[in-house]
Ligand binder design. Structure first.
Ligand SMILES: [Zn+2]
Length: 267
């Protein structure tokens, strides 16, 4: 299992033919179950990692969850997160991530979205099969030990670093294309995002370490990584929703004040 956030690296080369965000969501969904806190796992009948990492799981459950994740990304996260960047980055990143679907009919567009999520989920499942993951069950990894570590561990860590590196390079290049990075200062809303993500990620890591079955050196690292990611993702969505509600309130207040002040401005 390369790290979940590294999986979309496989999608970037396909971006001309598919909806990038939808495929990236699909490329992460097979792992979503790992990020549910124990309190949730105990109450929700979430499918096993074996199923979400099968081809059948990829084209059914993973695709549905991927579509939901993609919708949450499109709105509210994308609009609020990218909108909180200073100009020209906010306008440019919003324009660059706007989806221009080649097909004309709504039905064809829907098909393209679904296929994109599916392609993403399939790349995840295939890569995990190659890197010897069998649904997170270490007992199935029957590979040789090299320098005290199984080959699969090297593959997983290596591919995670390569994938994250490629994504970071690609995103940095896209951002650099907009304007010199020296002008990219944190806005107030950006600071709110960064602060909330850090706090939630730390809380998530603590929660997962507490919840994780017998903590050994190896799975403590995994628990921290899973909790950190789950907390950070939760904060991204929560802050985005809060900002949407805040905007609505402000618009509503401005409108009601406008209505009240109208007679005065006329008189
Ligand atoms: Zn996986």
């Amino acid at each position: 299992m390369p790290y979940t956030l590294a999986h979309p690296a496989l999608i970037v080369p396909l971006r001309r033919w598919i909806v990038l965000g939808a495929a990236a969501a699909g490329a992460m969904t097979p792992d979503f179950g790992y990020y549910l806190p124990l309190a949730v796992v105990n109450r929700v009948p979430y499918p096993s990692a074996a199923f979400t990492h099968s081809l059948l799981g990829a084209v059914t459950f993973d695709t549905i969850v991927g579509l939901v994740a993609y919708i949450i990304w499109r709105w509210p996260v994308r609009t609020e997160l990218l909108g909180s960047l200073p100009t020209p980055w906010s306008t440019q990143t919003l324009a660059r991530t706007a989806v221009v679907l080649p097909s004309r009919t709504p039905a064809m567009r829907a098909v393209l979205l679904v296929v994109s999520v599916m392609v993403g989920a399939i790349t995840h499942v295939l890569l995990d099969i190659v890197t010897h993951e069998r649904a997170g069950t270490p007992g199935f990894i029957a590979d040789e030990n090299v320098l005290g570590l199984p080959v699969s561990a090297f593959l997983q860590r290596g591919l995670s670093i390569v994938g994250l590196g490629l994504l970071a390079w690609w995103i940095a290049r896209e951002i650099h294309d907009i304007a010199p990075l020296s002008g990219l200062y944190p806005t107030r809303r950006m600071t709110l995002y960064i602060g909330s993500v850090i706090v939630a990620a730390l809380l998530g890591a603590g929660l997962f370490v507490r919840d994780y079955p017998p903590i050994t050196e190896g799975n403590a690292v995994i628990a921290v990584l899973l909790g950190f990611t789950a907390g950070g993702a939760f904060a991204l969505v929560a802050v985005s929703v809060a900002l949407v509600i805040h905007h609505r309130h402000r618009v509503a207040r401005a409108m009601s004040q406008g209505v009240r002040s109208e007679p005065r401005s006329r008189g």
